[in-house]
Design a protein. Structure first.
Length: 256
């Protein structure tokens, strides 16, 4: 089946309009935003995630992941990483002084982490599971049944899950729809750090803006860390992303 070409110009129209509007309203004393965020964007992100948790906005989702590794894990901790995986995951784990436990997933099982594999990889030192669905590099989308079984094991063993959902909108098979593990139950939500951004879903890779939803105690530490490393995301990118997330035409664009 032929896939229709996306009208990127139409998608960017509202984003461009919002950017120009905000630039025109900036006074001489407002060229630099004193603070880590544009509050309107944080509210849009919180509404989009349907989250009562703290949300954070940073200069790209990878900045969030490295901040999570530094603030959430450390020497002696283990992080379970299903393979194949995005190449930076293991390097970020090393940077935090922790150990990556690689679990090879089978092509004949849709490259999904099998519940039995997960349980076998858990030790008293396990601190975190990285879950990436849809996956980079395989493109695999985890089945809902698998997500639910993984959530059951994570709850049983009290391990947190970093759910990298940057590709959530890039799904094309109705039998494999994206499901966030945080939505499985309120209890699982308490153990989930959701990572997302605008580069993939809204064709905005150069804008460098990511966001997370996490328990407040952890989100505060992550945002504090990034404020001393990547500093604050630039204001223009935040206004552009606010327009992308709140644009009523955006969902139709994604569906096309």
């Amino acid at each position: 089946m032929a896939v229709p070409l996306l009208d990127l110009k139409a998608q960017y129209a509202s984003i461009k309009e919002e950017i120009l509007k905000e630039i025109s309203e900036i006074s001489d004393s407002q060229y630099f935003i004193l603070g880590p965020k544009v509050e309107k964007l944080e509210k849009e992100v919180a509404a989009y995630c349907a989250s009562n948790f703290a949300v954070g906005v940073t200069s790209g989702s990878d900045a969030l992941i490295i901040a999570l590794m530094v603030e959430g894990i450390g020497p002696g901790d283990e992080v379970i990483v299903p393979a194949p995986y995005w190449v930076s995951y293991t390097e970020m784990i090393k940077a935090a002084g922790a150990t990556a436990v690689i679990v090879k997933c089978r092509a004949e099982n849709n490259y999904e982490l099998e519940p039995e594999q997960l349980q076998a990889a858990i030790t008293p030192r396990t601190k975190l599971l990285i879950l990436n669905s849809p996956s980079n590099p395989t493109g695999a989308v985890y089945r809902v049944s698998t997500i639910e079984k993984i959530a059951e094991i994570a709850l049983k063993n009290n391990i947190m899950v970093m759910s990298d959902e940057i590709y959530e909108k890039l799904v094309y098979d109705p039998e494999f729809r994206h499901k966030s593990i945080a939505s499985v139950s309120p209890e699982m939500n308490e153990l989930t750090i959701t990572i997302n951004g605008f580069s993939k879903a809204y064709s905005m890779p150069g804008w460098r803006l990511g966001y997370l939803a996490a328990p407040k105690w952890l989100a505060d530490r992550i945002i504090a860390f990034q404020s001393h490393t990547t500093s604050n995301p630039n204001s223009i990118a935040q206004y552009a992303s606010t327009a992308a997330l709140s644009d009523p035409q955006g969902e139709g664009f994604l569906q096309r």
